[in-house]
Design a protein around this ligand. Sequence first.
Ligand SMILES: [Zn+2]
Length: 296
Amino acid sequence: MARRRTNSRTTLTTVIIALVLLALYQLLDSNGLLSDNSPLQADTQGGFVEVHFIDVGQGDSIYIKTPTQDILIDAGERGDTVVDYLKSLNVDELELVIGTHPHSDHIGGLINVFEQIPVKEVMDPGTVHTSKTFEDYLTLIDEKNMVFTVVRAGTKRTYEDGASLEILSPSNPGEDNLNEASIVARLTYGDISFLFTGDAEVPSEKQMLDAGYQLKSTVLKAGHHGSVTSTGDDFLDAVSPEMAVIMCAEGNSYGHPHKETLVKLENAGIEVYRTDMHGTIIVETNGAEYEVRYAN
Ligand SMILES: [Zn+2]
């Protein structure tokens, strides 16, 4: 009798302890304490992809690190901001640089990058611009014997680490509005994807929609610094991102990002990150989950 009572009391104690531990675990988990403390687990191949939205003031610059590739999209205005940032990450070579379009807030800093970091290949929309900046950019590509690839929508690179990069625009760029020549690229790693839009505006967005490309992406780099001339309703519906990044300078003279774009993103329940408010924004993914952090 006594023994049985002891047993049932032991069982009851065990059940109570288990319940308390379960409640404690749920409390910690709901407060994000458990998930935040455990780092992102590597994927089955042990790999991560990092995307750095570098704060270059009024301009774009995005550094992508896959397990096998170092890729740079634009580098803001002329100056060493991006070179210094890449050097701080010990990037000693770039497999690929994308100069989205010839405006100086995108390719200016690439001149400094080309002078100081070896680059294997440059993707360019192949449109002509008469600025000194564009001339210097082309001269260096030539002098340093980089592979110069004029890309069009439909080009796709798949890397041995499983990451892939697909070019969705331009299809047939004119010379009137250079923003519309912007190279738009979609990076995929496992289930997580990123859409980099340069300064592509609504007509480019419509071409991508009409072409039937897979646009749905986890992260959207909002087109043209959050201008109202980009991120049209249909395009945003198709991309349907969880988060959007706007790259612009605090107090810039263009009024970027435009309020209409911010309201649209907010109404769609999209988490917005801005380089003018957060500085450099880093998204790290194992192909299944992603984490956002700020550079120090
Ligand atoms: Zn721009």
